[in-house]
Design a protein around this ligand. Structure first.
Ligand code: SF4
Length: 391
């Protein structure tokens, strides 16, 4: 395989004339959106006052995040929404599964709005309810279903959370995956197995690096193969049955970039999200959720060097906020989350101005039965002891 020797560019510093990366525009660049839109968003927010609560996920664009009342990861934002029962409208600048979780955790009279319905999540889409039900039946046919506890990552549809709720399972986040898995493995005695949905990497990294399972005890369930592509023997021997899903953004980071950067940057610290591949996590110095990544950079000494493996909007924002630290992106290419970036200022203004007119557009409503069952799995998570040190 030929490797292309692309220079690794610290964000916003330097250009690569042979590619589109790091392109600089001399002089003053106009605002990324029509400046009128900024004024219109401000005016709509003022008119709506306390009736409105805008949530902004860390991976959102700057032009949108400036209007967020709070920022955070998906779980923190859902909790923030639940803590504002007086807000009639919750506008969620994030992706579809997050808005669903906010709808589940808020009151029936509160309306959750997603400014662009095309803002889905490719990882959540990799585990459809029909596929998971089929896998569950196959586990029964293989004689192991009684030993299996389903655990789903927050980044999954409400239907998958409900599946976990009605089958004795739990939801987890990247902050508490370790305690959630400990809880799950204690549910059915020493032979308990976990079906981990939908992110194989978070499941594998947590089971192997935090709980001490071996890679051999982790098998991957491929929903596009008969019986998940696994033999009855492989299922019988497994402790972790990992759904074949991944994040299109975090799955891109590769160990060879870490080697290359370490050779070039003295005393480099590599900080990655646990949705990254196992080989990447093994080579990193620190692993944790987006909240952990932010806190780590805030606490880092001036002059320290960091290569960060998470979504580029957040890495760029951290680099801008900490010019005294050498912050770089852990990939040769640009990789924004394309669905997160669907939420732009025009869509936000459109949603807010409709609310001012009394029209609720793009409301995300989870049906009552799904909501009740998903809430069971979410409440099991909320009852878990403490949070991981990586919160
Ligand atoms: S960053 Fe990954 S997990 Fe998050 S919304 Fe985008 S595709 Fe989904």
């Amino acid at each position: 395989m030929t490797t292309v020797d692309l220079p690794l560019l610290p964000l916003g510093r330097g250009t690569d004339p042979l590619s589109e990366r790091g392109v600089e525009c001399p002089g003053d660049l106009p605002a990324p959106s029509d400046p009128d839109l900024v004024a219109r968003a401000q005016a709509a927010k003022e008119k709506l006052g306390d009736k409105l609560f805008v949530l902004g996920h860390h991976y959102q664009r700057d032009e949108v995040i400036q209007f967020a009342d709070v920022t955070g990861d998906s779980f923190k934002l859902a909790r923030d929404a639940a803590a504002r029962p007086d807000a009639e409208y919750i506008v969620f600048c994030g992706v579809h599964f997050m808005a669903e979780s906010a709808d589940i955790l808020t009151g029936p009279e509160q309306k959750v709005v997603l400014p662009d319905l095309a803002a889905g999540c490719s990882m959540a889409d990799m585990a459809r309810l029909a596929q998971v039900e089929k896998a569950w039946d196959a586990l029964a046919a293989a004689g192991v279903q009684d030993q299996v506890v389903p655990v789903t990552y927050m980044n999954s549809s409400a239907a998958i959370k409900a599946f976990c709720g009605r089958n004795g399972g739990v939801v987890c986040t990247s902050s508490n995956a370790e305690v959630a898995l400990e809880w799950a493995f204690a549910q059915k005695g020493p032979d308990t197995k976990v079906l981990f949905l939908p992110d194989q990497h978070l499941g594998r990294n947590t089971a192997v690096l935090e709980l001490g399972h071996s890679l051999d005890q982790c098998v991957v369930w491929n929903p596009f193969k008969a019986d998940g592509g696994l033999t009855a023997e492989e299922l019988a021997d497994a402790r972790m049955i990992l759904w074949k899903g991944h994040c299109s953004v975090h799955g891109r980071f590769s160990p060879d970039v870490i080697d290359e950067l370490r050779a070039k940057v003295p005393d480099l610290n590599v900080l990655v999200h646990p949705e990254c591949q196992h080989e990447v996590v093994l080579k990193a110095d620190l692993v944790g959720s987006t909240e952990f990544i932010i806190k780590t950079i805030e606490a880092a000494p001036a002059g320290s060097s960091w290569a960060i493996g998470t979504e580029l909007n957040l890495v760029q924002r951290l680099a801008n906020a900490h010019p005294d630290k050498n912050i770089m992106f852990l990939d040769r290419n640009v990789c924004y989350c394309s669905t997160m970036n669907r939420i732009d200022l025009p869509h936000l203004v459109w949603a807010l101005e409709n609310l001012v007119e009394g029209r609720v557009v793009n409301q995300i409503e989870v049906d009552p039965q799904t909501e009740a069952e998903a809430l069971v799995a979410l409440e099991r998570m909320l009852a878990l002891p403490g949070k991981s040190h990586k919160d």
